[in-house]
Design a protein around this ligand. Structure first.
Ligand code: MG
Length: 376
Protein backbone atom coordinates (compact mmCIF):
# COMPACT_ATOMS: atom_id res chain seq x y z
CA UNK A 1 0.00 0.00 0.00
CA UNK A 2 1.49 3.27 -1.06
CA UNK A 3 0.69 6.82 -2.08
CA UNK A 4 1.54 7.91 -5.61
CA UNK A 5 1.38 11.00 -7.76
CA UNK A 6 1.03 11.57 -11.49
CA UNK A 7 2.58 14.71 -12.97
CA UNK A 8 1.11 15.44 -16.36
CA UNK A 9 3.90 16.99 -18.45
CA UNK A 10 2.95 15.98 -21.99
CA UNK A 11 1.25 19.26 -23.00
CA UNK A 12 2.74 21.73 -25.46
CA UNK A 13 1.90 24.88 -23.42
CA UNK A 14 1.83 27.26 -26.37
CA UNK A 15 -0.14 30.04 -24.64
CA UNK A 16 2.88 30.75 -22.39
CA UNK A 17 4.88 31.98 -25.39
CA UNK A 18 8.34 30.90 -26.61
CA UNK A 19 9.00 27.99 -28.96
CA UNK A 20 9.38 25.44 -26.20
CA UNK A 21 6.75 23.77 -24.00
CA UNK A 22 6.43 25.79 -20.80
CA UNK A 23 7.43 22.90 -18.51
CA UNK A 24 10.96 22.93 -19.97
CA UNK A 25 11.45 26.69 -19.76
CA UNK A 26 13.73 28.13 -17.05
CA UNK A 27 12.27 29.46 -13.82
CA UNK A 28 14.26 30.73 -10.82
CA UNK A 29 17.40 28.80 -11.71
CA UNK A 30 15.90 25.51 -12.90
CA UNK A 31 13.13 24.40 -15.23
CA UNK A 32 9.42 24.59 -14.41
CA UNK A 33 9.17 20.78 -14.42
CA UNK A 34 12.16 20.40 -12.07
CA UNK A 35 10.45 22.56 -9.45
CA UNK A 36 7.19 20.66 -9.75
CA UNK A 37 8.86 17.24 -9.62
CA UNK A 38 11.00 18.19 -6.60
CA UNK A 39 8.01 19.45 -4.63
CA UNK A 40 5.86 16.41 -5.33
CA UNK A 41 8.73 13.95 -4.77
CA UNK A 42 9.46 15.52 -1.39
CA UNK A 43 5.99 14.43 -0.19
CA UNK A 44 5.04 11.37 -2.22
CA UNK A 45 7.16 8.18 -2.49
CA UNK A 46 6.10 7.05 -5.97
CA UNK A 47 5.82 9.56 -8.82
CA UNK A 48 4.83 9.00 -12.44
CA UNK A 49 5.92 11.60 -15.00
CA UNK A 50 3.79 11.62 -18.14
CA UNK A 51 5.85 12.80 -21.11
CA UNK A 52 5.03 13.51 -24.74
CA UNK A 53 5.98 10.37 -26.72
CA UNK A 54 8.18 12.42 -29.07
CA UNK A 55 9.99 14.36 -26.33
CA UNK A 56 13.13 12.25 -26.76
CA UNK A 57 15.33 14.53 -24.70
CA UNK A 58 13.09 14.28 -21.64
CA UNK A 59 12.75 10.50 -21.98
CA UNK A 60 16.52 10.15 -22.07
CA UNK A 61 17.04 12.55 -19.18
CA UNK A 62 14.53 11.00 -16.77
CA UNK A 63 15.01 7.41 -17.94
CA UNK A 64 17.52 6.58 -15.23
CA UNK A 65 15.79 8.53 -12.46
CA UNK A 66 13.56 7.34 -9.64
CA UNK A 67 10.50 8.54 -11.58
CA UNK A 68 8.20 6.10 -13.37
CA UNK A 69 7.68 7.33 -16.94
CA UNK A 70 4.50 7.06 -19.00
CA UNK A 71 3.70 8.33 -22.49
CA UNK A 72 1.21 11.14 -22.95
CA UNK A 73 -1.90 10.62 -25.06
CA UNK A 74 -3.80 12.72 -27.58
CA UNK A 75 -5.83 14.31 -24.77
CA UNK A 76 -5.14 15.19 -21.14
CA UNK A 77 -7.54 12.44 -20.02
CA UNK A 78 -5.63 9.88 -22.08
CA UNK A 79 -2.36 11.07 -20.53
CA UNK A 80 -3.84 10.64 -17.05
CA UNK A 81 -5.12 7.16 -17.94
CA UNK A 82 -1.62 6.21 -19.11
CA UNK A 83 -0.23 7.52 -15.83
CA UNK A 84 -2.77 5.52 -13.83
CA UNK A 85 -1.91 2.45 -15.90
CA UNK A 86 1.79 2.85 -15.09
CA UNK A 87 0.88 2.50 -11.41
CA UNK A 88 -0.90 -0.83 -11.86
CA UNK A 89 0.72 -3.48 -9.66
CA UNK A 90 2.28 -0.92 -7.27
CA UNK A 91 -0.47 -1.42 -4.64
CA UNK A 92 -1.37 2.26 -4.75
CA UNK A 93 -4.18 3.36 -2.42
CA UNK A 94 -4.15 7.16 -2.86
CA UNK A 95 -3.07 8.99 -5.99
CA UNK A 96 -2.56 12.69 -6.66
CA UNK A 97 -2.88 14.05 -10.18
CA UNK A 98 -0.97 17.30 -10.70
CA UNK A 99 -0.32 19.72 -13.54
CA UNK A 100 3.39 20.19 -14.28
CA UNK A 101 2.65 23.88 -14.82
CA UNK A 102 1.98 24.41 -11.09
CA UNK A 103 5.56 24.52 -9.77
CA UNK A 104 4.73 26.60 -6.65
CA UNK A 105 2.60 23.88 -5.05
CA UNK A 106 3.31 23.90 -1.30
CA UNK A 107 4.06 21.02 1.04
CA UNK A 108 1.05 22.03 3.14
CA UNK A 109 -1.35 21.89 0.21
CA UNK A 110 -0.11 18.43 -0.81
CA UNK A 111 -0.47 17.25 2.79
CA UNK A 112 -3.98 18.72 3.08
CA UNK A 113 -5.21 16.90 -0.04
CA UNK A 114 -3.69 13.60 1.12
CA UNK A 115 -5.19 14.03 4.61
CA UNK A 116 -8.64 14.65 3.12
CA UNK A 117 -8.37 11.28 1.32
CA UNK A 118 -8.45 9.57 4.75
CA UNK A 119 -12.16 10.40 4.91
CA UNK A 120 -13.14 11.02 1.26
CA UNK A 121 -12.75 9.07 -1.99
CA UNK A 122 -11.71 12.30 -3.72
CA UNK A 123 -10.44 15.71 -2.65
CA UNK A 124 -9.08 18.73 -4.49
CA UNK A 125 -8.02 22.29 -3.74
CA UNK A 126 -10.40 25.08 -4.70
CA UNK A 127 -10.16 28.83 -4.24
CA UNK A 128 -13.45 30.66 -3.62
CA UNK A 129 -13.94 33.19 -6.39
CA UNK A 130 -13.65 36.68 -4.85
CA UNK A 131 -13.68 38.87 -7.96
CA UNK A 132 -16.97 39.94 -9.49
CA UNK A 133 -17.77 37.89 -12.60
CA UNK A 134 -18.85 39.23 -15.96
CA UNK A 135 -19.64 37.86 -19.30
CA UNK A 136 -18.22 39.82 -22.20
CA UNK A 137 -18.01 40.03 -25.95
CA UNK A 138 -16.06 42.31 -28.33
CA UNK A 139 -14.42 44.09 -25.38
CA UNK A 140 -17.82 44.96 -23.88
CA UNK A 141 -19.43 43.66 -20.68
CA UNK A 142 -22.59 41.83 -21.65
CA UNK A 143 -23.73 40.62 -18.26
CA UNK A 144 -22.84 39.65 -14.71
CA UNK A 145 -22.79 36.35 -12.88
CA UNK A 146 -23.32 35.51 -9.24
CA UNK A 147 -19.97 34.33 -7.83
CA UNK A 148 -21.40 32.76 -4.67
CA UNK A 149 -20.62 29.07 -4.51
CA UNK A 150 -18.01 29.30 -7.29
CA UNK A 151 -14.47 27.99 -6.88
CA UNK A 152 -11.37 28.13 -9.05
CA UNK A 153 -10.10 24.53 -9.32
CA UNK A 154 -6.45 23.72 -8.65
CA UNK A 155 -4.27 20.62 -8.54
CA UNK A 156 -3.06 18.31 -7.05
CA UNK A 157 -6.40 16.56 -7.16
CA UNK A 158 -6.43 13.44 -5.01
CA UNK A 159 -8.36 10.20 -5.37
CA UNK A 160 -8.60 6.67 -4.08
CA UNK A 161 -6.68 4.87 -6.81
CA UNK A 162 -9.19 2.14 -7.69
CA UNK A 163 -12.04 4.66 -7.77
CA UNK A 164 -10.37 7.07 -10.20
CA UNK A 165 -9.17 4.21 -12.43
CA UNK A 166 -12.76 2.99 -12.68
CA UNK A 167 -14.06 6.54 -13.24
CA UNK A 168 -11.63 7.17 -16.12
CA UNK A 169 -12.45 3.78 -17.68
CA UNK A 170 -16.12 4.72 -18.10
CA UNK A 171 -15.82 8.46 -18.85
CA UNK A 172 -16.67 9.44 -22.44
CA UNK A 173 -13.99 12.17 -22.53
CA UNK A 174 -14.00 15.94 -22.75
CA UNK A 175 -13.74 16.63 -19.00
CA UNK A 176 -11.97 19.82 -17.86
CA UNK A 177 -10.18 17.98 -15.06
CA UNK A 178 -10.14 14.77 -13.04
CA UNK A 179 -12.67 16.07 -10.53
CA UNK A 180 -15.19 16.21 -13.37
CA UNK A 181 -14.32 12.62 -14.28
CA UNK A 182 -14.70 11.55 -10.64
CA UNK A 183 -18.05 13.27 -10.22
CA UNK A 184 -19.38 11.73 -13.40
CA UNK A 185 -18.72 8.35 -11.76
CA UNK A 186 -20.61 9.42 -8.65
CA UNK A 187 -17.62 10.11 -6.40
CA UNK A 188 -18.01 12.64 -3.64
CA UNK A 189 -15.25 15.27 -3.98
CA UNK A 190 -14.18 17.21 -0.88
CA UNK A 191 -12.92 20.79 -1.36
CA UNK A 192 -9.61 21.52 0.36
CA UNK A 193 -8.78 25.25 0.73
CA UNK A 194 -6.65 26.20 -2.29
CA UNK A 195 -3.56 28.39 -2.27
CA UNK A 196 -3.39 31.63 -4.28
CA UNK A 197 0.36 31.06 -4.78
CA UNK A 198 -0.33 27.69 -6.44
CA UNK A 199 -0.73 29.36 -9.81
CA UNK A 200 -0.86 27.54 -13.10
CA UNK A 201 1.69 29.00 -15.48
CA UNK A 202 -0.38 29.82 -18.53
CA UNK A 203 0.54 33.26 -19.85
CA UNK A 204 4.03 34.76 -20.37
CA UNK A 205 3.69 37.06 -17.31
CA UNK A 206 3.00 34.08 -15.03
CA UNK A 207 6.70 33.17 -15.13
CA UNK A 208 7.67 36.38 -13.31
CA UNK A 209 5.03 35.84 -10.64
CA UNK A 210 6.03 32.20 -10.10
CA UNK A 211 9.67 33.25 -9.86
CA UNK A 212 8.85 35.81 -7.15
CA UNK A 213 6.95 33.18 -5.17
CA UNK A 214 9.69 30.55 -5.46
CA UNK A 215 12.52 32.93 -4.59
CA UNK A 216 10.64 34.18 -1.51
CA UNK A 217 10.12 30.62 -0.28
CA UNK A 218 13.63 29.28 -0.87
CA UNK A 219 15.51 28.03 2.17
CA UNK A 220 19.14 29.03 1.57
CA UNK A 221 21.88 27.68 3.82
CA UNK A 222 25.59 28.41 3.95
CA UNK A 223 28.27 26.25 5.52
CA UNK A 224 32.00 26.65 5.98
CA UNK A 225 34.75 24.08 6.30
CA UNK A 226 38.36 24.38 7.42
CA UNK A 227 41.06 21.73 7.44
CA UNK A 228 44.82 21.35 7.85
CA UNK A 229 47.15 18.46 7.08
CA UNK A 230 50.84 18.27 7.88
CA UNK A 231 53.54 17.43 5.36
CA UNK A 232 55.44 14.18 5.87
CA UNK A 233 57.38 11.64 3.85
CA UNK A 234 55.95 10.85 0.41
CA UNK A 235 56.15 11.58 -3.29
CA UNK A 236 52.71 13.06 -3.99
CA UNK A 237 49.77 14.89 -2.46
CA UNK A 238 46.04 14.49 -3.23
CA UNK A 239 44.18 17.81 -3.37
CA UNK A 240 40.48 18.04 -4.30
CA UNK A 241 40.73 14.52 -5.71
CA UNK A 242 43.71 15.24 -7.98
CA UNK A 243 47.04 13.49 -7.40
CA UNK A 244 49.97 15.88 -7.74
CA UNK A 245 53.58 14.60 -7.73
CA UNK A 246 55.45 16.36 -4.93
CA UNK A 247 58.61 15.92 -2.89
CA UNK A 248 56.54 15.37 0.24
CA UNK A 249 53.19 13.81 1.10
CA UNK A 250 50.40 14.90 3.43
CA UNK A 251 49.84 12.95 6.61
CA UNK A 252 46.40 11.91 7.76
CA UNK A 253 44.18 8.99 8.57
CA UNK A 254 42.54 8.94 5.12
CA UNK A 255 44.25 10.14 1.92
CA UNK A 256 44.72 13.53 3.67
CA UNK A 257 42.92 15.46 0.91
CA UNK A 258 42.73 18.70 2.81
CA UNK A 259 40.73 20.49 0.09
CA UNK A 260 38.07 17.82 -0.22
CA UNK A 261 37.78 17.62 3.56
CA UNK A 262 37.08 21.35 3.80
CA UNK A 263 34.44 21.13 1.05
CA UNK A 264 32.83 18.11 2.73
CA UNK A 265 32.72 19.86 6.10
CA UNK A 266 31.21 22.95 4.45
CA UNK A 267 28.29 20.81 3.21
CA UNK A 268 27.86 19.08 6.58
CA UNK A 269 28.03 22.53 8.16
CA UNK A 270 25.28 23.95 5.96
CA UNK A 271 23.12 20.98 6.96
CA UNK A 272 24.11 21.33 10.64
CA UNK A 273 25.08 17.66 10.50
CA UNK A 274 28.42 17.68 12.31
CA UNK A 275 31.65 17.00 10.43
CA UNK A 276 33.65 14.27 8.72
CA UNK A 277 35.05 12.97 12.00
CA UNK A 278 31.54 12.36 13.28
CA UNK A 279 30.36 10.44 10.21
CA UNK A 280 33.67 8.63 9.57
CA UNK A 281 35.47 8.31 12.95
CA UNK A 282 39.30 8.23 12.65
CA UNK A 283 39.21 5.48 15.31
CA UNK A 284 37.53 3.19 12.77
CA UNK A 285 40.29 1.32 10.84
CA UNK A 286 38.12 0.93 7.72
CA UNK A 287 38.70 4.63 6.84
CA UNK A 288 42.52 4.34 7.05
CA UNK A 289 43.89 5.48 3.69
CA UNK A 290 40.34 5.89 2.37
CA UNK A 291 39.73 8.01 -0.73
CA UNK A 292 38.12 11.21 0.53
CA UNK A 293 35.52 11.17 -2.22
CA UNK A 294 33.64 8.65 -0.06
CA UNK A 295 33.17 11.44 2.50
CA UNK A 296 32.17 14.08 -0.05
CA UNK A 297 29.75 11.74 -1.80
CA UNK A 298 28.13 10.98 1.56
CA UNK A 299 27.73 14.68 2.38
CA UNK A 300 26.19 15.40 -1.03
CA UNK A 301 23.79 12.46 -0.69
CA UNK A 302 22.81 13.57 2.79
CA UNK A 303 22.01 17.02 1.38
CA UNK A 304 19.76 15.40 -1.22
CA UNK A 305 18.02 13.24 1.39
CA UNK A 306 17.32 16.35 3.47
CA UNK A 307 15.77 18.04 0.43
CA UNK A 308 18.66 20.40 -0.33
CA UNK A 309 20.74 20.77 -3.44
CA UNK A 310 24.22 22.20 -3.45
CA UNK A 311 24.19 25.31 -5.63
CA UNK A 312 27.84 26.33 -5.44
CA UNK A 313 31.15 25.55 -3.78
CA UNK A 314 34.17 27.80 -3.25
CA UNK A 315 37.39 26.21 -1.97
CA UNK A 316 40.69 27.95 -1.23
CA UNK A 317 43.92 26.02 -0.70
CA UNK A 318 46.58 27.78 1.39
CA UNK A 319 50.15 26.67 0.66
CA UNK A 320 53.51 27.85 -0.61
CA UNK A 321 53.81 24.75 -2.80
CA UNK A 322 52.91 22.73 -4.83
CA UNK A 323 51.55 25.11 -7.46
CA UNK A 324 47.75 24.74 -7.62
CA UNK A 325 46.98 26.80 -10.73
CA UNK A 326 47.89 24.12 -13.32
CA UNK A 327 45.60 21.61 -11.55
CA UNK A 328 42.65 23.85 -10.60
CA UNK A 329 40.56 22.92 -13.64
CA UNK A 330 40.95 19.19 -12.92
CA UNK A 331 40.08 19.78 -9.27
CA UNK A 332 36.90 21.67 -10.17
CA UNK A 333 35.89 18.87 -12.54
CA UNK A 334 36.52 16.21 -9.90
CA UNK A 335 34.50 18.00 -7.20
CA UNK A 336 31.75 18.74 -9.69
CA UNK A 337 31.47 15.06 -10.70
CA UNK A 338 31.31 13.82 -7.11
CA UNK A 339 28.75 16.39 -5.92
CA UNK A 340 26.71 16.25 -9.13
CA UNK A 341 26.98 19.99 -9.71
CA UNK A 342 27.82 21.89 -12.89
CA UNK A 343 31.52 22.74 -13.05
CA UNK A 344 30.64 26.43 -13.51
CA UNK A 345 29.35 26.33 -9.92
CA UNK A 346 32.56 24.93 -8.43
CA UNK A 347 35.52 27.20 -7.64
CA UNK A 348 38.99 26.06 -6.57
CA UNK A 349 41.63 28.69 -6.00
CA UNK A 350 44.84 29.05 -4.01
CA UNK A 351 46.85 31.52 -2.06
CA UNK A 352 50.16 31.51 -0.24
CA UNK A 353 50.39 32.96 3.25
CA UNK A 354 53.34 35.20 2.39
CA UNK A 355 55.69 32.73 4.08
CA UNK A 356 54.02 33.45 7.43
CA UNK A 357 52.85 30.79 9.87
CA UNK A 358 52.85 27.01 9.41
CA UNK A 359 51.75 27.15 5.79
CA UNK A 360 54.41 29.80 5.12
CA UNK A 361 57.06 27.58 6.71
CA UNK A 362 55.86 24.78 4.40
CA UNK A 363 54.91 22.55 7.30
CA UNK A 364 51.52 21.71 5.85
CA UNK A 365 48.55 22.78 3.74
CA UNK A 366 45.35 24.45 4.95
CA UNK A 367 42.06 24.79 3.15
CA UNK A 368 38.86 26.76 3.67
CA UNK A 369 35.62 26.16 1.79
CA UNK A 370 32.13 27.56 1.57
CA UNK A 371 29.05 25.70 0.37
CA UNK A 372 25.65 27.12 -0.51
CA UNK A 373 22.65 24.79 -0.32
CA UNK A 374 19.09 25.54 -1.37
CA UNK A 375 15.86 23.78 -0.50
CA UNK A 376 13.20 24.61 -3.03
MG1 MG B 1 41.23 16.36 7.17
Amino acid sequence: MTTAAIIVAAGRGLRAGADQPKQWRPLAGRRVADWTIARIQAQVPLVVLVLAPDDAEAWAEFGGSTLVLAPGGATRAESVRNGLGALAGHEVTKVLIHDVARPCVSANLIADVLAALDTHAAAAPGLPVTDALWTGNDERVTGTRDRSGLFAAQTPQGFHYDAIVAAHATHPGGAADDVEVARAAGLDVAIVPGDADNLKITRPEDFARAERILRAEMDVRLGNGYDVHRFGPGDHVVLCGVEIPHERGLQGHSDADVGMHAVTDAIYGALAQGDIGQHFPPSDPQWKGAASEIFLRHAAELAGQMGYRVTNIDCTLVCEYPKIGPHAADMRKKLSDIIGLEVERVSVKATTSERLGFTGRKEGIASVATACLVKP
